[in-house]
Design a protein around this ligand. Structure first.
Ligand code: AMP
Ligand code: ZN
Length: 137
């Protein structure tokens, strides 16, 4: 646990929170400032800042839990869709620097999350960009 990390304290039950799911590695809680009613955050109990630092055990276990909660939300809310979001770094909108995944129920025409303005690639640019990433893999 990281001493100054609020999500470490929430995930490990040091601070009280509304929990929708818990196992030995994770806690899923209700977001305190939800984008929509039913907005859930899945937190690993172990501290890691973001996706880039994610532990392999957490990586392997997170997606099936997110799927399970998303299906429960769909069944209960009868929502039309669900966003699964995950921000890494301040520039990407991360405000709490303990890895977490957002699950947000969505309804037709709710306009909760504005889509981004799209760009386009010049001829061959997408391939060049892909290759520049690939050389680090
Ligand atoms: P992000 O911007 O991806 O880092 O998301 C952080 C999220 O944590 C936001 O949606 C906040 O509303 C939520 N949040 C911050 N503090 C708490 C808290 N004490 N309990 C529940 N959710 C929180
Ligand atoms: Zn933490």
């Amino acid at each position: 646990m990281k001493e100054d990390c609020i999500f470490c304290k929430l995930a490990n039950g040091v601070f009280d929170t509304v929990t929708v799911y818990e196992d030995e590695d994770f806690r899923a809680i209700m977001d305190i400032a939800p984008a929509a009613k039913g907005h859930v955050l899945l937190l690993p109990k172990e501290h890691m800042a973001d996706l880039l630092e994610m532990d392999e055990n957490v990586a392997n276990k997170a997606l099936p839990i997110l799927q399970k909660i998303a299906n429960a939300m769909k069944e209960e809310f009868r929502c039309d869709g669900i966003n699964m979001l995950q921000n890494n770094g301040k520039a990407a909108g991360q405000t709490v620097f303990h890895l977490h995944f957002h699950l947000i129920p969505r309804y037709d025409e709710d306009h909760v999350i504005l889509p981004w303005k799209t760009l386009s690639y010049e001829e061959g640019e997408a391939l060049a960009v892909a290759n520049s990433i690939k050389k680090h893999l």
